[in-house]
Design a binder for this molecule. Structure first.
Ligand code: HEC
Length: 144
């Protein structure tokens, strides 16, 4: 429970960071600085996970738990929940390539790459992990 709260905060951190970056252009620097201080502890939590294992070596499950679960565990902003076959069925029908396209570009409330720094192989692994828990039987991509 504590973990999923942290993940939810982390996702909010991702969104707030980008909003404060935009705000820096138009507002006095003080506002952005104050905002950065307010979100600093949250942003650190979000950044700690991916930095732990750089180089494309992370498993789909690791990335899912560090980043994607913040929305896909509970269905935040209509994200299809992990394991929800009805929600995933029509998406799985797009195939891994189709899902990769929308995950790379971002889709509606989902930021590009789901807000992660995953490379293509890691992102594909993560989608395979999610889809296979939700009714698909995609093959895990080989490491590049
Ligand atoms: C900020 C919340 C959020 C995070 C974090 C997030 N997603 Fe999503 N995701 C969504 C939402 C919302 C949708 C539904 C988009 C739609 O169809 O309107 C979605 C949809 C998807 C889909 C289906 C795309 C399609 O074409 O139907 C995939 C695949 C996916 N996410 C993968 C990921 C992966 C992998 C990660 C982590 C690296 C991730 N998501 C992180 C919110 C999120």
């Amino acid at each position: 429970m504590v973990h999923s709260n942290i993940r939810t905060l982390a996702a909010a951190g991702v969104l707030v960071v980008s909003v404060s970056a935009i705000a820096m252009g138009g507002r006095p620097a003080g506002d952005a600085e104050a905002a950065n201080q307010r979100i600093a502890p949250v942003a650190r939590v979000e950044l700690a996970a991916p930095a732990a294992a750089a180089g494309g070596a992370r498993s789909g499950e690791q990335i899912y738990k560090a980043i994607c679960g913040a929305c896909h565990d509970a269905g935040v902003a209509n994200a299809p929940k992990l394991g929800d076959k009805a929600a995933w069925g029509p998406r799985i029908a797009l195939g891994l390539d189709g899902l990769m396209k929308s995950a790379i570009a971002g889709k509606n409330a989902m930021p590009p790459r789901g807000g992660s720094d995953a490379n293509d192989t890691e992102l594909a692994r993560t989608i395979v992990y999610m889809a296979n828990k939700s009714g698909a039987s995609f093959k895990e991509p080989a490491a590049k």
